[in-house]
Design a protein around this ligand. Structure first.
Ligand code: HEM
Length: 113
C-alpha cells in the first residue's frame, strides 16, 4: 500500500472502498464481526488481487474459509461490492464484469453451505 506517502493509488482507493462496503453490509457483518481489521484488509486486498490476477491467489482458500459456512448469497454480495468499488474508481463496465467473472472461478473453494 502506498497510502503513507503521496496520494493513494487507484488500487488502494478501490480496496478502501471495497472494505467500507463490506463492513457496512448487514448481511455480511456476521462473518466479519470479531475478525481483526488487519486480516480483513488483507482479505479485501487478496480478493481484489485475485480478480486482477485472473482468479488465482497464493492462499489455500478452502482451508482459510473451512467451517465459516459461507453460502452463494454471501459470495455474490462480496463480488457485487468488489464490482461497485472498481466502478467507483473508474474501471469501465466491461472490465468490471470480466473481473467479477474471474473471481467467480474461486467460488467453489470458498462456498460450502
Ligand atoms: C475470491 C474470494 C475470496 C478470497 C480471495 C478470499 C481471501 C481470503 C484470505 C486471503 C483470507 C485470510 C486473511 C489472513 O489470514 O490474513 C480470508 C479470510 C477470511 N475470509 Fe475470505 N476470501 C474470499 C471470499 C470470502 C467470502 C465470500 C467470505 C464471506 C462472506 C469470506 C470471509 C472471510 C472471513 C470471515 C475470513 C477471516 C477468517 C479468520 O480470520 O479466521 N471470504 N479470505
Amino acid at each position: 500500500m502506498s497510502a503513507q506517502t503521496g496520494s493513494p493509488s487507484l488500487l488502494d482507493t478501490a480496496v478502501e472502498r471495497f472494505y467500507a462496503l463490506v463492513v457496512a453490509d448487514p448481511q455480511l457483518a456476521p462473518w466479519f464481526t470479531g475478525v481483526d481489521v488487519d486480516r480483513l484488509r488483507r482479505h479485501q486486498a487478496e480478493f481484489l488481487g485475485a480478480a486482477l490476477d485472473g482468479g488465482s491467489t497464493r492462499f489455500d482458500l478452502r482451508r482459510t474459509h473451512a467451517g465459516l459456512g459461507i453460502d452463494d448469497a454471501a459470495y455474490d454480495r462480496l463480488v457485487a461490492h468488489l464490482a461497485a468499488a472498481l466502478a467507483e474508481v473508474g474501471v469501465d463496465e466491461g472490465h468490471v464484469r470480466e473481473l467479477a467473472a474471474l473471481v467467480d472461478g474461486l467460488r467453489d473453494q470458498v462456498v460450502e453451505a
